[in-house]
Design a protein around this ligand. Structure first.
Ligand code: NAD
Ligand code: UD1
Length: 339
């Protein structure tokens, strides 16, 4: 058995897929989550795929004493920190809740790590920290924190800066910051996928609701952008590729105290191309209408994923078509959708 890893937010969408990859790579995994945006049954799904049931702590990161108790005696080598709130619109309406949960929760986690001598953290950041810039391709050398359009993005930026300060205070502390582009797809088993308790905001969860008949049609937010078909272009990354990127990054820790990597494919796909890809995978046209632009959307946004490839030997292997097939499989197998 390799080292023991604590996954905060491990019953959530990306955390659960990463738990599976970690267990399959021979790591021992424990999960901490308050189940705000995920379900306990995910634990059984992880067991169903891997044959291993991870130890689970139903704990809220805002509860410092409870977090400390999990870390004490846990002998964790690394914490993978996924737990957080992620709804952009909600963060505009309830900024203090986002700062309290995401920034406050991370401070508690770091405090407990410092107190218990756990020195390594891999953090779920977002490409949103780059804000609005004059280019479409984003690399890790670019400035962050400028022109961020919402509090959610600012929590990610602030946490990145806090991690740098903690590293300065302790030469043994290591943090790897992973800036995700747009995670999509599901586990190929059909047992894990994105199943938010919350109202969906992102493209794929809405596409899934349209496919399930819960929403009549997708509103495509704007077709008058300066892109090939007029709709916004994003860098969609299969969640299994993303999960594997975490392991590659963790296994390279130990050198520079702060490491930062984009996790994306480097390829842009428009909203209409996404609609087409889903329709092709399902064999049925996905209903959509063209709606007005959504405030804060950038026309085109994709990763330069070269640093992760050079330094971690990691790059995406799965395509948007794979993600659509896996999403459909998940809808059929785990959500009871007949499509
Ligand atoms: P998710 O909501 O599915 O998972 C997050 C998990 O954290 C949930 O299970 C939730 O219950 C838990 N959680 C939230 N606040 C908590 C708290 N105070 N204490 C304990 N648990 C708490 O989200 P996800 O899509 O899996 O995202 C994981 C991380 O990746 C988040 O930090 C998110 O901001 C980041 N991220 C996600 C995306 C994306 O598009 N999904 C993109 C960039 C970054
Ligand atoms: C959004 C957030 C970003 C966050 C990321 C992951 C905004 C402005 N940005 O990114 O900060 O890090 O989610 O949580 O909210 N679309 C439609 N119709 C829909 C939904 C989406 O056309 O009903 C389009 C959007 O205009 C966008 C693309 O689909 O072009 C992807 O949208 P989404 O999944 O929300 O991700 P981002 O906007 O890239």
């Amino acid at each position: 058995m390799k080292a023991k890893i604590l996954i905060t937010g491990g019953t959530g969408y990306i955390g659960s897929h990463t738990a599976v990859e970690l267990i399959q790579a021979g790591y021992e995994v424990e999960i901490l989550d308050n189940l705000y945006n995920s379900k306990r049954e995910v634990l059984g799904r992880i067991t169903g795929i891997t044959g291993v049931e991870p130890k689970f702590h139903e704990v809220d990161l805002r509860d410092l004493a409870a977090v400390r108790k999990v870390l004490e005696g846990g002998e964790f080598q690394t914490v993978m920190h996924f737990a957080g709130l992620k709804a952009v619109g909600e963060s505009v309406e309830q900024p203090l809740r986002y700062y309290e949960n995401n920034v406050g929760g991370t401070i508690n986690l770091l405090r407990a790590m410092v107190e218990t001598g756990v020195k390594q953290i891999v953090f779920s950041s977002s490409a949103t920290v780059y804000g609005e810039q004059e280019v479409a391709e984003y690399d890790e050398t670019m400035t962050t924190g400028m022109k961020l359009s919402n509090p959610y993005g600012r929590t990610k930026y602030m946490i990145e800066e806090i991690l740098k300060d903690v590293a300065t205070s302790d030469p043994e502390f290591r943090a790897t910051i992973l800036r995700y582009f747009n995670p999509i797809g599901a586990h190929p088993s059909g047992l894990l996928g994105e199943d938010p308790n919350d109202k969906p905001n992102n493209l794929m969860p809405i596409v899934m609701k349209v496919a399930a008949g819960e929403i009549p049609e997708l509103s495509v937010y704007g077709n008058d952008y300066p892109t090939e078909d007029g709709t916004c272009v994003r860098d969609y990354i299969h969640v299994v590729d993303l999960a594997k990127g975490h392991i590659a990054a963790m296994e390279k820790m130990g050198g520079e105290q702060i490491q930062i990597y984009n996790l994306g494919s480097g390829r842009g796909t428009s909203v209409l191309e996404m609609v087409r890809a889903f329709s092709e995978a399902s064999g049925r046209a996905l209903p959509y209408k063209i709606a007005g632009r959504r405030a804060g959307d950038l026309p085109e946004f994709y990763a330069n994923p070269g640093k992760a490839e050079r330094e971690l030997g990691w790059k995406t292997e799965l395509t948007v078509a794979d993600a659509m097939n896996d999403t459909l499989n998940y809808l059929r197998k785990s959500c009871g959708v007949e499509i």
